[in-house]
Every structure is written in C-alpha cells, then in structure tokens.
Design a protein. Structure first.
Length: 452
C-alpha cells in the first residue's frame, strides 16, 4: 500500500502556497544556486551563459584558478599551534580526496578515540559518489570488529551526514536528498516539510514530472509541485561525491578569500573571487542593436529578453561577491582569537545569528558558506567550519588548548583564577576541579609548582 504525506490544514495550505511562490520562484532559485556553486562550477556557469546569451560579455577572464594552483604548489600550510596532535593539522592548501576531506572533518569533531575509529571505518565505506552501499553489512562488520554497538555506529553516521559535501554518507538517493533539505536551513518549517514529503513519498512522480499527483497528495497547487521539482533539480545534488572526482582523483580547493594580518593590527580580507574572478559586462554592440531603428518588433523583444537575463545574471554574481564578503567580515571580527591563536579559540557563531547581522535569510547564509574556503593565518578552512549551523559547546580539547595558552602566558594563575577567567572572557562555566583535571591530563604543574 502506497504511503501518503500527512495532510495540512487550510491555513497551512494557503500560507505554504505563498511561501512556495516567494522562496521557490525561478529568480530566487537562480540566485540561491549562484550563491551555492563551488568556484569551478561558477566558472562553468559563467562561460555557458556567455556562450548562450549574446548580451553578456566577459571583459576579464578568470585569474583565480591559476592563482590557486600556485598556492597549491606551495605544499602544506604552516599551521600554528601548541602541539602536532591538533585535529586541524591536516587541512592542506592542496585539495583532498573525498576520503581525506571527510577524515579532516571527522578530526574536527569532538569524537572520542573509539568513535573516531568508527568514523574512519564508515568513511572508508563511502564510495566515490558519496554513498554507503549495504549499510547493514558495513555496520555489522564494524560491530564484529569490536568496540562499538549498532546504536553507536548509527550515531556516528548521523554526525558524518552533517559533513560537506551535503548529502554525503547517505544510504539511498532519497536519504541523500533529505539530508540536503535538512541542511538547507529553511526558516519556514512547513515549507521544509512539504519539500521533504515530496522526496519521501514522490521520488518516482518527481522523476516523471507527474505534478498533479504530487499536488493532490501534498494539498498544494500543481504550480507549487513544479516549484518543488525545480528547487530539487537546481539546488540538490544526487551525487555529492562527484565534486571530488578529477583526473588524478584529487580536487584542488579554490579559496574564495585570503585573511591575513594587517600591518596596523587586526586582519585584512581579500575577496579573491571579486578580485581575480571573471568580470562581466553588458555588450555595447548588443545595446547598439537594441537601439537600431531598423530592427523589427520581434527582434527587439528577443533583444530585450536577452538583456534582462544578462542583467539578472550579473546581478546574481555581484550579490554572491557582496554577500560572502559581508559574511566573512563578520567572521573575521568574531573569530579574531581563532585567527590569532588557532583551533582551540574558535568561538560560537551560528548561522542564524549571522543571518540577522548580514540581514538575509538563514538559508542564504547556508548556501553562501557551503563549499567556500578561506586561506587564514591558521591554514585553509571551510567557511562552514567557522560559522556552524549549531554550536555544540566547547569541547574538552578546545578548553585544554585554551588552558595551555593561559598557563604559558600567565603561569601565576591558580586553577580557581583560570576557571574564573574562562567564565568571564569566554562564557565557559567551568569548575576549578575540572581545570585541575585537564591540567593534570596535560602534564602541567599547579601554579605553586610552576613558581618553583
């Protein structure tokens, strides 16, 4: 018996129709896609549009790809820090394989040693498309090897499914798309639910473009079902691992920003996409054709359509540059301690709060930071890592890193005073005995012992 989506009440249906038209109209979808594209895909989109639209002109060709390759040839960045076991030490300028990319993110999680081993085994089971085939057999193998229960393996997989690229670690196409919908950060829960229901219950109908059947079951207009299908097609990726497939099986990561120390103090931000990316103009020759009195009405209508499309395309590219610039400016202000001192000093900066500061929808932040990277004084980092969707709290590893720095810079401070300092300066409510335990774990003497 076929499953059906839960029914909405009349008020929900009316509100949802308005939200679908607002959020999923073609122009909004085009902007969100432009925001989300990895830089190489953006270049491909620009070249394709310029080839198809004579009103659009590339006045400056891309310079960023060659610049990024020059950075890559420099090898691994020098990462500052207090010990070589820090979990971000393998973030390299040269792009990782999909497996390496996932392992790097796993080491940034607050996994204990047992869970990290489980994560590594699950990542090894992820194929080049980004999927885990026959998950039950994979899980059974991990459980049999010892050290984890089925529930534990499931829990670790749930964490891996929050990694980039969105949709990775899925066990089916349906799950892959549902993960991406969850990660999209919709502000309207009903809108997220109806798109999820379309995937959950109507994958076949979506593939067949049977919008009437989808609309009837979801209690929406057929036009709304088409909007949903367009959204899925233009914003979700059924093969998330494919971005890491290149001739040598290694992706070169293109940084969108360079953040470096300023001579006058603080940090400066260079927007590489805006500075070294293609520059687009409206063709003067095309404008002259539009003004030509000899052109007939049908020709002029076509010219105006192409001109309008070119203007929207240029506007979307400029919005991408400006939106990501605004986001990174706030990240730099918030994460100054991290940029100066490294991984352990990363502050909570949730995407919802960032959206309020930038003045955009949270889903815009989610799209804008996805698949974007910044070269920082601490190495190459995904923007998503510097402003997570949800702050899980400071990990023991981060607090230990802060503790090392405090002890080295202010060795006279007692455990009680360090606890007070972390509470006042970092908002971490930590007890003196916890500081003492972490200090002992690190092999550091008490303040009395340090005075000797």
């Amino acid at each position: 018996m076929a499953e059906h989506a839960p029914k909405l009440n009349l008020a929900q249906t009316l509100n949802l129709s308005q939200q679908l038209k607002l959020m999923l109209n073609p122009r909004m979808l085009q902007l969100l896609k432009t925001l989300h594209l990895p830089y190489p895909d953006l270049l491909e989109s620009i070249n394709k549009e310029a080839a198809e639209n004579p009103a659009l002109e590339i006045s400056r060709q891309d310079e960023l790809l060659n610049y990024a390759r020059t950075l890559s040839r420099g090898g691994e960045r020098s990462l500052s820090g207090y010990d070589d076991s820090r979990p971000d030490k393998e973030l390299k300028a040269r792009g990782p394989t999909l497996r390496e990319h996932l392992l790097q993110q796993a080491r940034l999680e607050d996994f204990d040693e047992a869970d990290l081993r489980v994560a590594e085994q699950l990542i090894d089971a992820i194929d080049e498309r980004g999927y885990i085939e026959d998950y039950k057999a994979v899980r059974e193998q991990i459980v049999t090897a010892g050290g984890a229960t089925k529930n534990r393996v499931d829990h670790v997989l749930e964490t891996i499914q929050t990694f980039e690229p969105d949709g990775v670690g899925a066990r089916s196409l349906k799950e892959c798309l549902l993960i991406q919908i969850r990660e999209y950060n919709f502000e309207n829960e009903a809108l997220q639910q109806v798109i999820s229901d379309a995937v959950k219950y109507h994958l076949d109908n979506l593939a067949k473009k049977n919008f009437a059947a989808i609309a009837e079951d979801l209690d929406i207009e057929p036009e709304g079902a088409k909007f949903i299908a367009d959204f899925i097609e233009k914003n979700l990726n059924p093969l998330p691992g494919n971005a890491f497939k290149t001739d040598d099986n290694v992706q070169t990561i293109i940084p969108s920003f360079i953040i470096k120390h300023a001579e006058s103090g603080g940090f400066t931000v260079l927007n590489l996409e805006a500075d070294k990316g293609p520059r687009l103009n409206i063709s003067n020759q095309y404008l002259q054709m539009l003004d030509d009195p000899a052109a007939d009405a049908k020709t002029k209508e076509y010219l105006r359509e192409r001109l309008a499309a070119a203007k929207i395309f240029i506007e979307n590219i400029e919005k991408r540059y400006q939106t990501t610039q605004n986001i990174v400016d706030i990240i730099v202000k918030t994460q100054a301690d991290f940029l100066e001192n490294g991984y352990y000093w990363l502050k909570p900066l949730q995407q919802d709060a960032l959206a309020q500061n930038v003045g955009v929808h949270p889903s815009t932040i989610s799209r804008a930071v996805s698949t974007k990277y910044a070269e920082t004084p601490q190495g190459l980092y995904p923007l998503k890592y510097l402003c997570p969707r949800n702050f899980k709290g400071y990990t023991a590893m981060q607090i230990k890193g802060m503790l090392i720095k405090i002890i080295r810079e202010q060795p006279q401070l007692s455990d009680q005073k360090i606890a007070k300092l972390l509470n006042e300066q970092r908002g971490i409510p930590i007890k003196r005995r916890t500081i003492a335990k972490y200090r002992t774990d690190l092999g550091e003497a008490s303040s009395y012992g340090r005075k000797k």
